[in-house]
Design a protein around this ligand. Sequence first.
Ligand SMILES: CC(C)(COP(=O)(O)OP(=O)(O)OC[C@H]1O[C@@H](n2cnc3c(N)ncnc32)[C@H](O)[C@@H]1OP(=O)(O)O)[C@@H](O)C(=O)NCCC(=O)NCCS
Length: 108
Amino acid sequence: MAWIVLEGESPAGLLMLRQGADEAEILTLGVRPQYRRKNLASRLLETGCATLETRGVTTLFLEVSVRNDAAVALYLKLGFALCGRRKAYYPDGSDASVLSYDLTSVTR
Ligand SMILES: CC(C)(COP(=O)(O)OP(=O)(O)OC[C@H]1O[C@@H](n2cnc3c(N)ncnc32)[C@H](O)[C@@H]1OP(=O)(O)O)[C@@H](O)C(=O)NCCC(=O)NCCS
């Protein structure tokens, strides 16, 4: 599944998810620099999670570099929890944090 958020006619952000049975993972999330800190990533994730719920998904996973302060802050703010770490996961040698989000605990 994928969503693109537009600002006017310009693509500003992208979210790609993959579902396997009752689990899903974030493949890609990105917002173009000039559109950051406008809640676009938050809105993309909210939209994605709402769709996953309707498809019977209970847990959403992702990997993020421990050096990616912006993304880690975003996910923690939205209620994702740390559930693992992959050593030297990225080409620059940085570790990945594995985060999960419990979709069954969401009240909309
Ligand atoms: C991470 C990223 C997707 C965030 O997109 P965004 O649209 O700017 O995020 P939002 O505006 O929804 O941010 C929501 C909250 O996340 C946190 N956050 C986002 N960017 C942050 C930053 N640079 N520093 C600190 N906290 C940040 C804040 O708590 C923010 O709330 P606030 O603006 O009220 O303080 C964006 O910076 C990006 O595209 N980065 C490069 C690609 C990337 O790292 N993708 C994630 C890979 S797992």
